[in-house]
Design a binder for this molecule. Structure first.
Ligand code: UDH
Ligand code: NGS
Length: 351
């Protein structure tokens, strides 16, 4: 017969061992659970199922400063635009231009929502090839300006230019001075933005084809080459009036434009003489792309033909170094900005 105390002892030891093993199991489980919780807390994306491969997960930055770098990289990538293609893929070619129905500034503003204050625009999906200031000599031609803005803003936007429109308004009732106003436009536009190209446009000339890009070329450009009023041809080979463009370098090489042509005529011929004296040649679009319409009008007051013009253009080569952007003086009377243009009213003095 077995001793019952021996049986009890054996049972007691077995139970203690089982309890200890259970405790050990619980401890090991708790340790593993706590460690896995700590890992999840440090790297939550490891379990979120969106991170993709484990390599992707290891690239996720852990400190807050590297997280910031990550955000900046994404933003930079977003703004790193490519240059706009040349020519712009948005061009449509020939346009119907007519002046029988009046247009309002309000209508043009509503139809061009991408314009910024001052008549500024730049494409949002690519970097424009050129920064262009468009300079319009002006006095009392408000109806013409409305047509110009109505037609030109959509064209210039399709041309994907980074541009601004500057209307240089001659203050007072003295004789008109187109070329001096153009010099003022050059100087004032540059105070505002780092323009590299300048388009000088009469207010009454509208291109009939948007492939006639209002930008600069290797040589000074004459853009209004095929005007309806001249039967869609040049009136003479050296004609440089209406609409032209010049890079900053080209403009500075000729010391800008003359300041002393008061009244109608000759200042454009003087500019031509300046360019040719510096060995530059005129670049032009062909006669189809260069077609444009002029808004018909009567002769302006205080802009009678200048009787001195023939004498002046005979001496361009002698006068151009002392009369130009280096001798320009004027007073700004007022600067007004709206969505369609910047209007700078200037006192350019008198003859
Ligand atoms: N300009 C004004 N106001 C004026 C004079 C000129 O805004 O009082 C500007 C305007 O941008 C114009 C440009 O200067 O387009 C050139 O003016 P212009 O008189 O030299 O040339 P335009 O072709 O007229 O406008 C030429 C005379 C037309 C006489 C027509 C007679 N039927
Ligand atoms: C020339 C003028 C230019 C003028 C061009 C066209 O005779 O200034 O006619 O004029 N030159 C001289 O007078 C020396 S237009 O028909 O557009 O009025 O731009």
């Amino acid at each position: 017969m077995r001793d019952p105390n021996v049986n009890f002892n054996f049972l007691h030891k077995t139970c203690t061992l089982v309890v200890l093993l259970c405790c050990l199991h619980i401890c090991v489980t708790v340790v593993y659970y706590v460690r896995s919780q700590q890992q999840n807390h440090q790297n939550p994306r490891k379990l979120d199922g969106h991170a993709g491969t484990s390599e992707a997960i290891t690239e996720v930055p852990k400190s807050s400063s590297t997280l910031l770098t990550f955000n900046i990289t994404v933003t930079e990538k977003d703004v790193q635009l490519e240059k706009c293609p040349d020519p712009s893929p948005l061009l449509v070619g020939p346009l119907r231009i007519e002046f029988s129905n009046p247009v309002s500034l309000e209508q043009t503003t509503n139809e061009n929502p991408a314009l910024q204050m001052g008549g500024r625009f730049k494409p949002k999906d690519c970097i424009a090839l050129q920064k262009v200031a468009i300079i319009i000599p002006f006095r009392k031609r408000d109806e013409h300006l409305k047509f110009w803005l109505y037609y030109l803003h959509p064209i210039l936007q399709r041309q994907q230019l980074d541009y601004g429109v500057y209307v240089i308004n001659q203050d007072g009732e003295e004789t008109f001075n187109r070329a001096k106003l153009l010099n003022v436009g050059y100087a004032e536009a540059l105070k505002e933005y780092d323009y590299e190209c300048f388009v000088f446009s009469d207010v009454d000339l509208i291109p009939m084809d948007d492939r006639n890009t209002y930008k600069c070329f290797n040589q000074p450009r004459h853009l209004s080459v095929s005007m309806d009023k001249f039967g869609f041809r040049l009136p003479y080979n050296q004609y440089f009036g209406g609409v032209s463009s010049m890079s900053k370098d080209q403009y500075l090489k000729i010391n800008g434009f003359p300041n002393n042509y008061w009244g109608w005529g000759g200042e454009d011929d003087d500019i031509y003489n300046r360019l040719s004296s510096k060995g530059m040649v005129i670049s032009r679009p062909n006669g189809v792309i260069g077609k444009c319409r002029m808004i018909r009008h009567e002769r302006d007051q205080k802009n009678d033909p200048n009787p001195q013009r023939f004498d002046r253009i005979a001496h361009t080569r002698e006068t151009m170094h002392t009369d130009g952007i280096n001798s320009l003086s004027y007073n700004v009377v007022k600067v007004e900005k709206n969505k369609l243009f910047t209007k700078i009213t200037v006192d350019v003095g008198k003859q």
